[in-house]
Design a protein around this ligand. Sequence first.
Ligand code: FAD
Length: 401
Amino acid sequence: MRAVTVVGASLAGLYAARELRAQGFDGRLVVVGAEPHQPYDRPPLSKDFLTGGTDEGGLALTDPEETADLDAEWILGVRARALDARGRTVVLDDGRTLPSDGVVIATGASARRLPGPALAGVHTLRTLDDARALRAALVRGPRRVVVIGGGFIGAETASSCAALGHDVTVVEAAPVPLAAQLGAEPAQACARLHASAGTRLLTGVGVTALRGASRGPAAAAHITSVELTDRRVLPADLVIVGIGATPRTDWLAGSPLSLDDGVLCDDGCVTALPHVVAVGDVARPGGVRAEHWTSATQQPRVAVRNLLAGRTVETARPLPYFWSDQYGARVQFAGRRREGDTVRLVEGSLEAPDEGFLAVYERAGRTVAALAVGRTRPFMKLRRTLMAAWAADPAGEPVAI
Ligand code: FAD
């Protein structure tokens, strides 16, 4: 293999570039990224970066020394527009074409937006540029902030806004935020964290309209209020829309790859074409698409091994894991829960989550997943046990110890 193109210059793309060199690929390596930035870390964007605890330098995922060692050509600020029918040429927005013996797809996901005309003061949070804009708006003084969506990004952003002294309301369409991921009872416990910092949480209500008004004859309309399905109207100076992310497969339309909520690939991250692999938030290996930091860093090793072998020689099924930081507490989850699992509290209280708790999910009397709030040490111990059990059961679910 003489030339490999990595499309997407973020977390999974960088890890893939590292793996290519670590696994002995010494040919032409091109990394294409739509953003103008060198790879940076997204998790701090909704946390320390927003509150001012981390500056832009603290987000860097690589440094000039490593960049030189990788000996890659970085094409940044340019989008890949297409992959040809054989998967051998990546076409860029500026008209350049990159002949490729292998392609790594690492184009991640983009923030979902609400329909309707654009209004000043309405933000999403996915990129460094989004975070810069939001941070600049937040430092202009205490404001009425409405966060639409009570998922992880919404909860973390609400937490950061509350820490900055803003008046925060979270609007969530489901009866309990994160119930699909955590199960109703543990999710309810996590939702109680909002109240610990005075954030209002409105559940079971959707948004019907964002209203705005112009602040001067030549000024663009600025958000003034959020209208809800129960006819309530929330006055707002700032709105953050956190309603999920869509995998960035737009540029692959017309390619022979199977696209369905991400790029479909086998458990080794190999797509319908053996010399094209997909990693990170855009990839759906074995029918499961994760949007977690840990998956984006674990998948590239196996994907690159298979890419260089020209076929799937290794599969990986790492134990799903993610964390989130909200209201001073670290929330951690590992494993894969199912509807009907029994939740057993190991320590702490679901009623007072700000004091922390550790809970496990059990199926047929065996532990299959774990959730902790502010209980990092016992959680990590449990996670290691779960990982060992998961690894010992290559046939698939259930994970069990
Ligand atoms: P991305 O990071 O989305 O990168 C994809 C890159 O590809 C982008 O730079 C994009 O511009 C580029 N791209 C897209 N299309 C093209 C194209 N056609 N051509 C060229 N380039 C393209 N996970 C956790 O586990 N814990 C957390 O606490 C946590 N916090 C988060 C907080 C925020 C605010 C966000 C946004 C995410 C958070 N995550 C967290 C998720 C984690 O950051 C992602 O799982 C991770 O960034 C995925 O990496 P990726 O490289 O697959 O995709």
